[in-house]
Write a protein that binds this ligand. Structure first.
Ligand code: ASP
Length: 397
């Protein structure tokens, strides 16, 4: 075990988790009661470390760049990449849903009900990015607010202008300490993967084989198309690296995001993976936390596929204009989605409402949301990793 790489250990944990999940089918209560809590402990540890990591790594990244203009250039490249790939993602999601819509099963929609949680309005999403208190964003782990804090403080340290000031040294050394702490926690990830995934397989196994198989298949085909076509092409066209090498190096993060369904929880593993594949420290520490918060290609795909699925279950034909509206709102919804399990489904309500589809339809897919979620989280974090490698490469040039 000691000599095996972490990636191999995580992979073995994945296989064991699926096998034992199948064995425990019918006894899902056991998995939920005795295995899942250990997965929760591991996720808790990740959540504990993620806020200081984001805060200190972004600050330390900015200070290392020493130049506000340079930060602006990296920021602009990152945001353009994020918007462009999300556009492709939603196009693939809608096209995939549309191709499948004839073979989607007609489910009974007469007795379903879903109480949508209030989805925030666009303006309130924007207002909520800015913190009104120094400690609240940290204690409530509001990632966007933490990012704004880190940017403001990082810029201020540069502007104060003293080389090697105590503030700089403190930030760098805290950054190192939290990174070390993260490394320790990551050593537990094979156990975390096992304990998170086994109960999911035990509980959901039969449902996946049931009538929802077609939408799940449509979503997963679109996820795969986006990952293996769009991302591979980006890696190739911009000469970043061989896509096969990329997917090999990125495997631990993919497996982990698949079992945890949390982009934010996967952030530490994704950061260390990207660093190993050659992304620079400054870029990784800036691009990945931002991506884990706002770049959700998988979530956009899922929202496209599910909106079309729900429409076809209700016998509603969507017009081209409605599909364009779905694309626009799904882009916004994916930006507003938090990188935690299940967040994308809450935002699906916003997409459905935008074209007047019944929000109750969410109940049709809610039962297997976790299965959708695992796949969409893999796509979400893969998009971030490709961006980190791409921007690193362009900065080096
Ligand atoms: N679970 C996803 C993530 O963490 C968000 C979602 O539910 O779509 O990236």
């Amino acid at each position: 075990m000691k000599n095996m790489s972490l990636a191999t250990q995580i992979f073995i944990a994945l296989i064991l988790a699926i096998a034992s999940g199948f064995l425990l089918q019918g006894n899902a209560a056991i998995a939920n009661e005795y295995i899942k809590p250990f997965g929760t402990i591991f996720l808790n540890l990740l959540k504990f470390i993620v806020v200081p990591i984001v805060l200190f790594s972004i600050m330390s990244g900015i200070i290392t760049l020493k130049d506000i203009r340079k930060v602006g250039v990296i920021g602009a490249k990152t945001v353009i990449y994020y918007l462009a790939t999300t556009f492709f993602a939603i196009a693939i999601g809608i096209a995939g849903g549309w191709l499948f819509h004839d073979i989607f099963p007609v489910l009974s929609t007469s007795d379903i009900a879903y109480q949508a949680k209030a989805t925030p309005s666009f303006m309130s999403v924007i207002v909520n990015i800015f913190p009104s208190n120094f400690l609240a964003p940290i204690s409530s782990a509001s990632m966007l607010q933490v990012i704004v804090m880190a940017l403001l403080m990082g810029f201020s340290i540069i502007l104060v202008g003293k080389e090697d000031s105590p503030a700089e040294r403190i930030i760098h050394s805290f950054n190192e300490v939290f990174m070390k702490c993260m490394e320790l926690i990551l050593k537990l990830s094979p156990y975390g993967v096992f304990c998170l995934l086994c109960p999911v397989v035990a509980v959901n196994g039969p449902a996946v084989i049931g009538s929802l198989a077609m939408v799940l298949l449509a979503a997963y085909l679109c996820y795969a198309a986006h990952m293996f076509i769009v991302y591979s092409l980006i890696l190739r066209i911009f000469g970043v690296m061989n896509p096969l090498d990329f997917f090999r190096g990125h495997m631990p993060a993919m497996i982990f995001s698949f079992s945890s369904a949390s982009s934010v929880g996967t952030l530490p593993i994704n950061m260390s993976g990207c660093r190993r594949m050659g992304a620079s420290k400054e870029v990784t520490s800036f691009v990945l936390p931002l991506g884990a918060t706002i770049n959700m290609d998988g979530t956009a795909i899922y929202q496209g596929v599910c909106a079309i699925f729900i429409a076809s279950c209700y016998g509603i034909d969507l017009s081209l204009g409605q599909m364009a509206t779905i694309a626009a709102t799904a882009t916004l919804a994916s930006i507003g989605t938090a990188g935690v399990p299940g967040a994308g489904m809450v935002m699906l309500a916003m997409v459905l409402l935008s074209v007047g589809l019944p929000v109750d339809g969410i109940a049709l897919v809610a039962g297997v949301d976790r299965i959708f979620d695992m796949g969409r989280t893999v796509v979400n974090i893969t998009g971030d990793a490709v961006c980190a490698l791409l921007v690193s490469k362009s900065e080096r040039r």
